[in-house]
Design a binder for this molecule. Structure first.
Ligand code: SF4
Ligand code: F3S
Length: 134
């Protein structure tokens, strides 16, 4: 079933995405944190109305210049890796800058894809920052 808010203009698919632009005033961004590393389930990508996820070798980030603060991706992540910028835990604060930096280097991912075969195993691992590949 389509989630409410997924289609804020009453359109669907690429039509809805084409019409949504980030406002010029500052909007809070959402941030992908450490838990995503080596999990990369990509459920988040399917619901983003502005295609602002960027894919690295073993993690996704959000382009803060594109995110429109819609919150749709947050409940989609099975490992709760996504936080509002203002709610990022202190231990994960470095990922605010990392999302901004890596979003400039990595390419957009606009459709869900299969997670790594060992994603469920890595979901149980807390300390993964050192495993981030660029
Ligand atoms: Fe995309 Fe999530 Fe930002 Fe919404 S909150 S625009 S789904 S990254
Ligand atoms: Fe990562 Fe969660 Fe998306 S694991 S790829 S932030 S669904």
């Amino acid at each position: 079933m389509r989630s409410p808010g997924r289609d804020p203009k009453g359109l669907s698919g690429s039509h809805a995405k084409l019409l949504i632009r980030k406002p010029l005033c500052r909007v809070m961004t959402y941030v992908v944190t450490e838990t995503c590393i080596k999990c990369k389930y990509t459920d988040c990508v399917d619901v983003c109305p502005v295609d602002c996820f960027r894919e690295g070798p073993n993690m996704l980030v959000i382009d803060p210049d594109e995110c429109i603060d819609c919150t749709l991706c947050v409940p989609e992540c099975p490992v709760e890796a996504i936080f509002a910028e203002d709610d990022v835990p202190d231990a994960q604060a470095e990922f605010i800058a990392k999302n901004r930096e890596l979003a400039k280097m990595w390419k957009p991912l606009i459709e869900r894809k299969p997670a790594p075969t060992d994603a469920d195993e890595w979901a149980k691992v807390k300390e993964k920052k050192h495993l981030l590949e660029r």
